[in-house]
Design a protein around this ligand. Structure first.
Ligand code: HEC
Length: 160
């Protein structure tokens, strides 16, 4: 009799323990999913590039591509979800400084309007803008190093 009630208490205690553990792990999962979305790379360098890139994006790019990166109809292509952006990192780095014209297909839609380059953007500023646009919205490529940008800039002539 006594033994069975001890058994029952143990069972209840175990079940409560499991429930608490489950509830906690569920909250943890939600929490880390949110955290993943906003800060995949938590290094000071990434954060600095990303934040500065966001400012530069709003200053130089959001007029056309919009703050949320959605673009504008068939006038300005989207950046928040763009197969062109995904596949052409080097070209995207180049077009920030040198511009882009001619036919361009983004997510199966054709764009054909000139984007003027911003000649005054430094390699560092291009790396910062790239780090921002490649890590916000639906994108998560990680930090784009300034040394990578400097190398890519040597190839812009052939990209265009
Ligand atoms: C005055 C409007 C305007 C501004 C400002 C502008 N763009 Fe563009 N952008 C365009 C247009 C128009 C195209 C399409 C060019 C074509 O049809 O060849 C384009 C194309 C692009 C593309 C390639 C297509 C895609 O959607 O993936 C990227 C990437 C891009 N721009 C990024 C930027 C960034 C980053 C900045 C800021 C440094 C910027 N743009 C500033 C108008 C603009």
């Amino acid at each position: 009799m006594q033994r069975s009630s001890i058994k029952m208490i143990t069972t209840v205690a175990l079940m409560t323990g499991c429930w608490v553990a489950l509830a906690c792990s569920r909250t943890d999962n939600n929490h880390s999913a949110d955290a993943d979305k906003k800060t995949r790379d938590t290094s000071a360098k990434f954060t600095q590039y990303y934040n500065r890139g966001e400012e530069l994006y709003q200053q130089h790019c959001s007029n056309c591509h919009q703050v949320d990166g959605s673009g504008l109809g068939l006038l300005f292509p989207p950046l928040n979800k763009s197969d062109y952006l995904d596949k052409n990192l080097d070209d995207v780095l180049c077009l920030m400084r040198y511009g882009k014209s001619g036919e361009l297909i983004v997510n199966g839609k054709q764009f054909n309007k000139e984007m003027k380059g911003i000649a005054t953007l430094s390699d560092l500023e291009i790396a910062e803008i790239a780090t921002y646009i490649y890590n916000t919205w639906e994108n998560d490529r990680g930090l784009i190093e300034v040394s990578y940008v400097s190398n890519a800039m040597q190839t812009c002539e052939t990209q265009r």
